[in-house]
Ligand binder design. Sequence first.
Ligand SMILES: [Zn+2]
Length: 66
Amino acid sequence: MLSSENLADIVCPVGKKELIQKDNFLVCSYCGVKYPVVEGIPVLLIDDAILPEGVNSLDELKCMVK
Ligand SMILES: [Zn+2]
């Protein structure tokens, strides 16, 4: 598990928003995209991220919208 101290430094790579740990994922507080945490290491790759419900493509993510 990650300490909250480590987590504070990690942001959504798309929109630079805060991430919230939820089970084995880090969830972006803004766009809702989920990044898997594999063996304690967050995989902050948008290509490996899980899109939130109702979002069908990366372009629809709130963090993507400028
Ligand atoms: Zn985001």
